[in-house]
Design a protein around this ligand. Structure first.
Ligand code: NDP
Length: 296
């Protein structure tokens, strides 16, 4: 293995420390305690673990943390009512509704109900538009985390060839906006891309966000490429015992680490950055809601 392992977990811990400093500054200089409300509907175990760790880390950086756990059969009207209350609550600066929501609820109705000023996931059309034209506002958490790791690893991104695999509203599309803003030449690949391996071969930066375990192989990569593996896939791990599983990314780690210049591990790469960026977004929205310039 020749690649540098990009330590997202360590980077995220440092970012949370800086965020704690911003929280302390907002409290002491402006009397503002940034507040984040996380809403989860239903009992999906993975989402529950994720929401619990969001709530814990929010409190750890000194923010006001509120968690609403609603039963699976919650109606759309009841959820929209709660969002409306949170929109009007001055102690709350960020609202996150954990997706996916159960079938009786239309996710677009939920997204449209969240005030864009409190939309820390950057899901609302208003914030997606702001991101596209470069106005200040929250930036989608996972793409922001990827950008931070890339800047930290490579410094200047200008002129780099970036290939993003996956074009979701959550990851691929917003990340393309961010990399364009940093003057990369961006290619977006997806399930209909012809000869994906040769598209990936020309990339200085590869971001894999397809949700396909171990799809990107080492021999697809340009030697020295920087690889950001967003994928989180649970696969059977019989070597750990009967019925056991483990997490893998979208990149076949061992073969890729022999060719890449740097690579994120799964777990411990992009995942921890996502939560830290959610907290960073809450600082941004708390600042903007109070007429302050958000910290860089
Ligand atoms: P989606 O399912 O919404 O999107 C997947 C994208 O990958 C689609 O654009 C799809 O193409 C493309 N794709 C699927 N199969 C292939 C293929 N064989 N070749 C090329 N492209 C393909 O997923 P998300 O964006 O929500 O998530 C992607 C992955 O990232 C998942 O593993 C998810 O768990 C993980 N994730 C991790 C986060 C983190 O914090 N680390 C946060 C969010 C997601 P098409 O549009 O043509 O269907």
């Amino acid at each position: 293995m020749t690649a540098t392992i990009i330590d997202g977990k360590g980077f995220a811990a440092g970012l949370r420390e800086r965020i704690a400093g911003h929280v302390a500054g907002l409290k002491s200089q402006h009397g503002i305690t940034p507040g984040l409300a996380v809403v989860i509907v239903g009992e999906d175990p993975a989402s529950q673990v994720y929401v619990a760790s969001k709530a814990r880390l929010t409190a750890e950086v000194g923010m006001h943390s509120v968690k609403h756990e609603l039963p699976r059969e919650t109606s759309q009207a009841a959820l929209l009512q709660l969002i409306d209350e949170l929109n009007r609550d001055d102690a709350i600066h960020g609202i996150l509704v954990q997706m996916p929501v159960p079938d009786q609820i239309d996710p677009n109705a939920v997204i449209n109900a969240i005030s864009p000023e409190k939309d820390v996931d950057c899901f609302t059309p208003a914030n997606v538009g702001k991101l596209a034209i470069g106005l200040p506002g929250p930036v989608s958490c996972t793409p922001l985390g990827c950008l931070m790791l890339l800047r930290d690893q490579l410094g200047e991104l200008s002129g780099k060839e970036a290939v993003i695999i996956g074009r979701s509203n959550l990851v691929g599309k917003p990340l393309a906006q961010l990399l364009l803003r940093d003057n990369c030449t961006v290619t977006m690949a997806h399930s209909r891309t012809a000869d994906l391996a040769s598209v990936v071969k020309r990339a200085d930066i590869v971001v894999a966000a397809a949700g396909r375990p171990n799809m990107v192989k080492g021999d697809w990569l340009k030697p020295g490429a920087t690889v950001i593996d967003v994928g989180i896939n649970r696969v059977p791990a019989p070597e750990r015992g009967e019925g056991k599983t483990r997490l893998v990314g979208d990149v076949e780690f061992d073969s890729a680490a022999d060719v890449a210049g740097a690579i994120t591990p799964v777990p411990g790469g992009v995942g921890p950055m996502t939560i830290a960026c959610l907290l960073a977004n809450t600082i941004t929205t708390a600042s903007l809601l109070n007429g302050l310039v958000p910290p860089k």
